[in-house]
Write a protein that binds this ligand. Structure first.
Ligand code: RAT
Ligand code: ZN
Length: 416
């Protein structure tokens, strides 16, 4: 059926956005077989590292004293500081409220004990079902690190596949800290050396292929500092050129680069202590140009990089840009970036990923993002109607499907 006017357009877009199940291309959540690695429930939600950073704007206790508290005590402190002593207007605080509200809990009551008691009745397996349903998410891509001992043990001993959770092989320890980690590869039976001899290169390739296969990883991934340059004289650049890209090409897997993180600018804050810096787009351009048979998924952390990243994606079909990452995942910035992407790339991008670290966050991150993506898409369609174009509801559903999952899966399957 054709949409006739702006009102019917808006309701068709809202319906399509609401009804389309998402593929969430980057998260940090796990299925229940990963045990304690799966974070969920109100205490994990409140102690999300985004809220920890905000709490220390107010709380006067030393960092170490915070880390000595139990999770529940940490949550009590954050709740008191950010929700009781101040109104919770920051996006990460609002997110907690959206989750509780969508679960049907009484947010106005401000009753942390009641929220805790709701979660205490649930098993992780039951809650995964509830969250995926409420969030409208079909499947998520995890962040899987074989250098993490707890995670590695599950993959090797007790992993049980759940089709809703797909894997991505994360390579930060290998690529960013080769000097500190090469001996671990050696201990696992790979014939490697710190100097990256040609034998070592073949062995690292063997390691990558083993884990891609074992995890059925959809892509290989790394987070990179703003100073990253592929022309740099570093073990990282060499490993990317000689190991990662050849394996990606051979297995037809994209290489995901998340660029712009300055690690531990404030070490006292631990996971909450990372920051952002503007990176050089040339790192992306030169990789896409030099490796046309490789596929690159890229997101950049700095707002200042977003325009040139869109332009790069216009130039290289082996580049698919995704998400409004971390400090960009705020309504005003998501709106600005999404609008710019529609204008420069049409429907050819992945508007958002959740980056959920806590299962529950799928609910709020997708609720908030869907609303903005829908509003901006509506505005773009309205411009087409003003130009005399006709839109069918089926076409709107098709386009929303392209944005919320189709582009990702097409890219995964595409052969260059
Ligand atoms: O957004 C976050 O939670 C960050 O701490 C990082 O995990 C980041 O998303 C990453 O994947 O490195
Ligand atoms: Zn992440």
């Amino acid at each position: 059926m054709a949409v006739q006017d702006v009102a019917s357009l808006r309701s068709a877009v809202e319906k399509a956005i609401r009804d389309t199940k998402v593929t969430d291309v980057h998260t940090h959540i796990y299925p229940p077989c990963f045990g304690d690695l799966l974070l969920w429930g109100v205490d994990d939600l409140i102690t999300y590292h985004y809220l920890i950073a905000e709490t220390f704007r107010w709380a006067e206790l030393p960092y170490d004293a915070y880390w000595d508290l139990t999770t529940q005590q940490q949550a009590d402190l954050i709740w008191k500081t950010l929700f009781e002593q101040n109104s919770p207007v920051a996006e990460s605080c609002r997110g907690v409220l959206t989750v509780l509200h969508k679960l049907g809990l009484d947010v106005a009551a401000r009753d942390l004990a009641a929220y805790r008691s709701y979660f205490s009745q649930l098993t992780p397996g039951e809650y995964v079902d509830i969250v995926f349903e409420l969030a409208g998410v079909r499947d998520v891509v995890m962040t899987n690190d074989p250098f993490d001992e707890a995670e590695r043990k599950v993959w090797l001993e007790s992993y049980r596949p759940d089709p809703r959770f797909k894997a991505a092989l994360r390579l930060d320890p290998l690529l960013n800290e080769w000097d500190a980690n090469w001996q671990r590869l050696a201990a696992w039976g790979y014939s490697v050396d710190v100097g990256l001899s040609s034998r070592c290169i073949t062995e690292v390739q063997r390691f990558l292929k083993y884990w891609c296969d074992r995890m059925e990883a959809l892509y290989l991934a790394v987070s990179l500092p703003p100073t990253f340059a592929i022309a740099e004289d570093s073990s990282r650049a060499l490993l990317i050129r000689e190991c990662v890209l050849p394996v990606c090409a051979e297995l037809n897997r994209p290489f995901a680069m998340m660029i712009g993180v300055k690690k531990l600018v404030n070490p006292g804050l631990r996971l909450a202590g990372d920051s952002v810096g503007k990176a050089a787009i040339e790192a992306v351009e030169s990789l896409c140009a030099e490796y046309p048979r490789n596929k690159f998924l890229v997101t950049m952390l700095s707002r200042e990089n977003q325009h040139e990243l869109c332009v790069a994606a216009r130039k290289f079909r082996n580049l698919l840009i995704f998400g409004c990452w971390w400090f960009l995942n705020n309504p005003s910035l998501v709106e600005e970036i999404t609008r710019m992407r529609f204008e420069l790339l049409g429907l050819g991008f992945i508007p958002q990923h959740s980056d959920a670290r806590v299962l529950d966050q799928l609910i709020y991150k997708w609720e908030h993002s869907r609303r903005i993506i829908g509003a901006v898409l509506c505005e773009k369609y309205a411009d087409l109607l003003s130009a005399g174009w006709r839109l069918e509801e089926d076409e709107i559903r098709r386009d929303v499907g392209t944005l919320l999952g189709g582009n990702f899966w097409d890219f995964i399957k595409r052969k260059l």
